[in-house]
Design a protein around this ligand. Sequence first.
Ligand SMILES: [Zn+2]
Length: 70
Amino acid sequence: MPEWSCRCCGRWRVSVELIRGRYRYRLVHRYPAEHGGGANVVGEVASVAELEVLLGRYAPVGLADLCEAA
Ligand SMILES: [Zn+2]
């Protein structure tokens, strides 16, 4: 499955998940390792347009700041 992360710190990540038979974009915020690591699922949406809204609401980065993760 494709995954994207922000260029600035890599802590904001978007992955594509198959949930109940439908693909969804999942926005995840990873905690720094010094805070114990782990991640918080910010939300799951069905379209890129909704993803943009989700990013605008919760993240300091936008779609243009994301690049495909290795
Ligand atoms: Zn970042």
